[in-house]
Design a protein around this ligand. Structure first.
Ligand SMILES: Nc1ncnc2c1ncn2[C@@H]1O[C@H](COP(=O)(O)OP(=O)(O)OP(=O)(O)O)[C@@H](O)[C@H]1O
Length: 225
C-alpha cells in the first residue's frame, strides 16, 4: 500500500509559558509511517499527545485529509446547514460560497440533507448551531468532515458526546467513507472495532504500534497504567 506520510526523529514541542525556559516536549517520534488503507486507532491517557500528533499529521496532509476536531468548532451564529457547507468551501469559488450562504441552491440542500439523514440531524438543518446540544453539535461536525470529501480522515474524539450505540454506528459510517483514517479516542473498545492498526502513546513517546488483531490485553493495560 502506498506511503502517505513518514515521520522520522520528529519532536513536537510547545513553547513554555515560563520566560527563558526551553520549549516543552509534547511528543517525540522516532519513526512513524502511515500507508493508504491504514485505519489507525490512536490511544493513550489524557495528555499523552494524541491531539498534538493528529494536528501534526494534519499539517502534513492538509489537502488530502478531512478534519474532525475534538471540540466541534462550529460557527455558533450560523445555521447547521451552513456549518456543514463550510466543509466544502475550498471546492467552490467565493461567488458560489457567498450565494450558498444567502440563497442555497437545491443541489447543496440535497447534498447536505443526504449527509444529515444517517447522522440523525435532519430536523436541525435550519437551526443555529449554538441552539444544539453537545451531541447534536458533534454530529454536525461529523457531517462537516464528511462533506470535505477527502480520502483520509483525521478525527479527535469524534463521538465522545454520543451514546455507545450511536457512537458505534457513526464510527462505522466515518470508516466506510474514508479509505484511510486516524482516530483518537479514549474509548478503546469502540474505536478498535473499526480499525486495523493501533498506535498507543505514553510518556511523550509511541509505546505501541501494531495490527489490531495482534493487540493483547496486557499492551492496552500498560498504555493506561
Ligand atoms: N497549546 C499548548 N501549549 C502548551 N502545551 C500544550 C498545548 N497543547 C497541548 N499541550 C501539552 O502537550 C501534551 C499533549 O497534549 P495533547 O492535547 O496532545 O494530549 P491528548 O492525548 O490529546 O490529551 P486529551 O486526551 O486530554 O485530549 C500535554 O502535556 C499538554 O499539556
Amino acid at each position: 500500500m502506498s506511503l502517505l506520510l513518514e515521520l522520522k526523529d520528529c519532536r513536537l514541542n510547545y513553547p513554555s509559558n515560563v520566560k527563558g525556559e526551553d520549549d516543552k516536549l509534547a511528543l517525540a517520534i522516532d519513526h512513524l509511517s502511515i500507508r493508504a488503507g491504514d485505519r489507525i486507532a490512536l490511544l493513550g491517557k489524557s495528555g499523552a499527545g494524541k491531539s498534538t500528533l493528529l494536528r501534526h499529521i494534519r499539517s502534513q496532509l492538509s489537502d488530502r485529509a478531512s478534519w474532525c476536531p475534538q471540540d466541534a468548532s462550529l460557527v455558533p451564529q450560523l445555521k447547521v446547514f451552513h456549518n456543514i457547507c463550510s466543509g466544502a468551501l475550498d471546492r467552490h469559488s467565493g461567488f458560489v460560497n457567498l450565494k450558498n450562504l444567502l440563497l442555497p441552491s437545491s443541489r447543496f440542500k440535497a447534498e447536505v440533507a443526504a449527509l444529515a439523514e444517517p447522522l440523525g440531524i435532519s430536523a436541525w438543518l435550519w437551526t443555529k448551531a449554538d441552539e444544539l446540544s453537545g451531541g447534536q453539535q458533534q454530529r454536525v461536525a461529523i457531517a462537516r468532515a464528511l462533506y470535505q470529501q477527502k480520502p483520509i480522515l483525521l478525527a479527535d474524539e469524534p463521538v465522545s458526546a454520543l451514546d455507545k450505540l450511536q457512537g458505534q454506528r457513526i464510527l462505522e459510517l466515518l470508516a466506510s467513507r474514508h479509505g484511510t483514517s486516524v482516530i483518537a479516542m479514549h474509548n478503546a473498545e469502540l474505536v478498535l472495532a473499526v480499525c486495523n492498526r493501533v498506535i498507543g502513546l505514553k510518556d511523550q513517546r509511541i509505546l505501541l504500534d501494531c495490527r489490531v488483531d495482534q493487540l493483547g490485553a496486557e499492551a492496552i493495560r500498560q498504555l493506561y497504567q
